[in-house]
Design a protein around this ligand. Structure first.
Ligand code: SF4
Length: 243
């Protein structure tokens, strides 16, 4: 399928105050564009100022596969909290091998420094503070010099993501944000991964629909929400990266 007329061609970025596109029109068009077309438009529009976030969960596998096909020079990054699952690091390596992708790493202070400043196991006492240090601060560094980022969130993930637009201004980080998989169902995700034989995080096969840090992720019980295993036992539902 061809992208809508206003989504074709390469448009140089000239600064965020006066984007070289009509934000409302583009947002409306991207809502009905295919995921490939939305990614292609973002890659052509923002070039090296586009940064694709990878958590090495199932949707990251899809964006890595698709964006690499569109542009082998597409740029990817990840936030390393130093407490990710071994399976998550393995997924990163398998994607690197398959696509030749370089994932730029962003991180915070060491766990020892954090314990020295804030005490042991901050994640158990104040997960918002821990996520602020280990996720949000490195994210600010990652996004400081780009104009648009790509996330893998889906509306099905949780209530707080149910109205996520495909393309919008991200007030939290002050740049554009593309959610090209926002309207994908769980079935869509697994069909695409299977059809294209894409490497994915093996924890998904072990009952983890959503995967974060080791200390704050458990398998949801039967009948629980897909993200119920994240910060279980607390009211926290997001790490602070998605407004
Ligand atoms: S998910 Fe848990 S361990 Fe990871 S940064 Fe947030 S609070 Fe810390």
């Amino acid at each position: 399928m061809k992208p809508p007329a206003t989504l074709t061609g390469s448009v140089p970025t000239t600064g965020l105050d006066s984007p070289p596109f009509d934000p409302e029109q583009v947002a409306a068009e991207l809502e009905s564009a295919s995921t490939e077309d939305a990614l292609r438009w973002a890659i052509e529009t923002f070039g090296q100022k586009l940064y694709i976030a990878c958590s090495f969960q199932k949707t990251s596998s899809i964006t890595v596969h698709m964006a690499s096909q569109i542009d082998p020079e597409a740029r990817f990054f990840y936030i390393d909290t130093d407490v990710l699952f071994p399976e998550t690091y393995e997924t990163k390596e398998r994607l690197e091998q398959r696509y030749g992708t370089k994932f730029h790493r962003y991180s915070s202070m060491t766990l020892e420094q954090q314990a020295g400043l804030y005490g042991d196991e901050l994640w158990g006492r104040d997960p918002d503070a821990c996520c602020g240090i280990r996720k949000v601060d490195p994210m600010r560094s990652a996004l400081a010099s780009v104009d648009c980022w790509v996330s893998g969130i889906r509306r099905e993930d949780s209530q707080s993501r149910a109205s996520a637009p495909k393309f919008a201004w991200d007030k939290r980080f002050n740049l554009w944000k593309l959610n090209p998989l926002a309207d994908w169902s769980e079935q869509d995700v697994w069909r695409y991964i299977s059809d294209n034989d894409i490497p994915y995080n093996s924890l998904h096969d072990e009952g983890y629909p959503s995967i974060g840090c080791t200390h704050c992720t458990r398998r949801p019980a039967a009948g629980e929400d897909a993200r119920a295993g994240r910060w279980a036992g607390t009211t926290k539902t997001e790490c602070g990266l998605h407004g």
